[in-house]
Ligand binder design. Structure first.
Ligand code: DHB
Ligand code: FE
Length: 281
């Protein structure tokens, strides 16, 4: 059967993608960010997952104001990097896993989560930046990817609790898939940041560090935190952190923490990153 072997979380700041694409990763400003992913790149080369379920948000790139699914799952063969206004990133096309994705859709929808099925979608920085952070600049991405898109752009986003429960339903679905696959789940976005209005530039390091700790060791209580706490403490775009709870819900209650990284600043955002392994795997 397929198994979720590990989960990881990372911010998906678009300027990180620009730094990779323009060869600026070793510049003074960016080096500390990329140094935080050195361990991660070695770790994933060794873990060599078959499939990554990549939880991200589309930033009004594909889903405009015309339609805004709360949760969507990509069931396509492949996903092209999106043009976000200055041309698509020069990164490989993302190869999907339509069989596992359709299986997850069937299982999770019948488990009472209303996923929107997406058969064609370009993917923006929310998905491609984490791929670059973890895999660098390969000719082709080394694993299949199932995009799971979450609305955290237009109010109302889903609650942390619902995200956590969705993670559990995704795990159940994966374990019902009758093929030996090593599957990881990634939660992206966050940490604290606010891109607009009088509070633009807000960073709350205390909140972020506490969130990292609770996500690892007290996710059940953390999942109960209401939206208003994210927005007040972590800024309007800090709500992206609910996506990390989907990742966490798909793992065991007790996990092995392989890596934790936190760095400010990267553009307007505090970069946070965790690698968690399921204890029994
Ligand atoms: C920034 C961060 C994001 O997560 C995003 O989607 C856009 C911009 C930033 O820090 O600049
Ligand atoms: Fe974002």
């Amino acid at each position: 059967m397929a198994r979720i072997t590990a989960g990881l979380s990372t911010s998906h700041v678009p300027a990180i993608g620009v730094a990779v694409d323009l060869g600026k990763t070793q510049e003074d400003y960016w080096k500390p960010v990329f140094d935080g992913f050195e361990f991660s790149k070695k770790w994933i080369a060794e873990a060599n997952p078959d499939v990554v379920i990549l939880v991200f948000n589309d930033h009004a790139t594909v889903f405009g104001c015309d339609f805004i699914p709360t949760f969507a799952i990509g069931c396509a063969d492949e996903y092209a990097p999106a043009d976000e206004g200055w041309g698509p990133r020069p990164v490989p096309v993302v190869k999907g896993h339509p069989e596992l994705a359709s299986h997850i859709a069937q299982s999770v929808i019948q488990d009472d989560f209303d996923l929107t099925i997406v058969n064609r979608m370009d993917v923006d920085h929310g998905l491609t930046v984490p791929m670059s952070l973890m895999f660098g600049q390969p000719e082709a991405w080394p694993c299949r990817v199932i995009p799971v898109a979450v609305n955290v752009v237009q109010y109302p986003p889903p609650s942390g609790q619902r995200c956590y429960n969705l993670g559990k339903a995704i795990r159940k679905a994966v374990e019902l898939f009758d093929e030996d696959l090593s599957v990881q789940i990634w939660g992206t976005g966050g940490m604290s940041h606010q891109l607009q209005g009088p509070r633009a530039g807000l960073i709350n390091q205390d909140f972020d560090r506490d969130f990292l700790e609770r996500l690892v060791n007290d996710p059940v209580e953390l999942a109960k935190m209401p939206h208003i706490d994210y927005v007040r403490e972590a800024g309007s775009e800090g709500i992206e952190l609910v996506m990390w709870l989907i990742m966490r819900g798909a793992l065991n209650k007790d996990v092995v923490e392989r890596h934790r990284f936190y760095h400010v600043p990267a553009s307007n955002t505090a970069v946070g990153h965790l690698i968690l392994e399921n204890k029994d795997s």
